[in-house]
Ligand binder design. Structure first.
Ligand SMILES: NC(=O)c1ccc[n+]([C@@H]2O[C@H](COP(=O)([O-])OP(=O)(O)OC[C@H]3O[C@@H](n4cnc5c(N)ncnc54)[C@H](OP(=O)(O)O)[C@@H]3O)[C@@H](O)[C@H]2O)c1
Length: 306
């Protein structure tokens, strides 16, 4: 490893994670791998000769990303599987296919994410941001745990955000569909953080390591649903200060590959940020984490089953 480490999570860091770790014989799932941080993460992992499953909602975009990664890496063991993280039924179908086709899963990267500016309710009745960024990763991860346990030292990387600082988790409103507040992104990323830490406690004996990572502020398609003026400020005016998707992938790769990562750790710029100003205090509330887990389990249990 080398490079400079930024003190501020949203500043542009030159940090480049470097590791010669091979993924030969390993199976990796990257959600939202067709563009942005997910694409760059999958590209790097494919160079390490793993079997890379690009779990994307759009078949055409997923197939284009697959061809591009195969062309750039020469690794033909890259596959596309359809997965809509906002729909619990899609997650159940995906896991049933993966359970039939794969012997084990070595790395799961919950990268897919969305920011909505207008209310968008899924056909299953959930607010889309919350479903994609929190319920989806919760269900996908818990359903894949048996396959993750089949690999020694497997990893779960939850791609979160520093926006979790502005989030709140109210168990009453998490339980129900609520009126759209535009705080769903922050709230969902905080819920994902609390989930990561509770997950790490629950799986402590299994050898699986789960972490939460803020990739930085990145010039990606994440802001596509925002009004043009906000997109102009974030991607236009801020351009020199924000990261490219390849730079944003570095802390994700660090969490997926580096031996020293701590279970349940909050990472930014390839280093542990726990107990800094950037991590909300509620992330350490174990009572809240247990209640959140139970309420989420109740919500997703009945959703998307035939
Ligand atoms: N960009 C930033 O500044 C920033 C900052 C902090 C955290 N993050 C996090 O980093 C992660 C990657 O974001 P990015 O910046 O690379 O954004 P991006 O370029 O918009 O990529 C997001 C990916 O998620 C996919 N996705 C969205 N909704 C989905 C769904 N329902 N099911 C399956 N896939 C879905 C998108 O697929 P489509 O192309 O089909 O829409 C796309 O592949 C996200 O979790 C984001 O919250 C980003």
């Amino acid at each position: 490893m080398g490079g400079t480490v930024s003190r501020i999570g949203f500043s542009k860091s030159k940090f480049k994670f470097s590791s010669s770790k091979s993924l030969s014989g390993k199976t990796v799932i990257v959600t939202g791998a067709n563009t942005g941080v997910g694409f760059e993460t999958a590209l790097d992992l494919a160079k390490r000769n793993g079997r890379i499953i690009l779990a994307c909602r759009n078949r055409e975009k997923g197939e284009v990303a697959k061809s591009r990664i195969i062309q750039l890496t020469g690794n033909t063991n890259v596959v596309f599987k359809q997965l809509d993280m906002s729909l619990m039924s899609s997650i159940r179908e995906f896991v049933s296919i993966i359970s039939t086709e794969e012997k084990a899963v070595d790395i799961l990267i919950n990268n897919a994410g969305v920011v909505n500016w207008k209310e968008n309710i899924t056909v299953e009745g959930f607010e889309n941001t919350f479903a994609t960024n929190y319920y989806g990763p919760f269900l996908l991860t818990t359903l894949l745990l048996d396959l993750l346990k089949k690999s020694p030292n497997s990893r779960i990387v939850n791609v979160g955000s520093i926006a979790s600082m502005g989030g709140s988790v109210d168990l009453d409103t998490v339980m129900a569909r609520r009126s759209f507040t535009r705080k769903e992104y922050n709230d969902s990323k905080l819920a994902l953080l609390i989930f990561t830490k509770e997950l790490a406690r629950k799986i402590a004996e299994t050898g699986i390591v789960a972490t939460y990572v803020h990739p930085g502020t990145i010039r990606s398609e994440l802001f596509r649903n925002l009004p043009w003026i906000l997109q102009f400020i974030i991607i236009g005016i801020m351009r020199p200060f924000i990261k490219t998707p390849a730079e944003g992938a570095q802390p994700v790769l660090f969490c997926a590959l580096e031996d020293s990562v701590e279970p349940g750790g909050y990472y930014m710029d390839c280093r542990l940020y726990d107990h800094t100003l950037w991590v909300p205090k509620s992330a350490y509330d174990e009572g809240l984490a247990k209640k959140l887990w139970e309420s989420t389990e109740r919500i997703v249990a009945s959703c998307g089953t035939k």
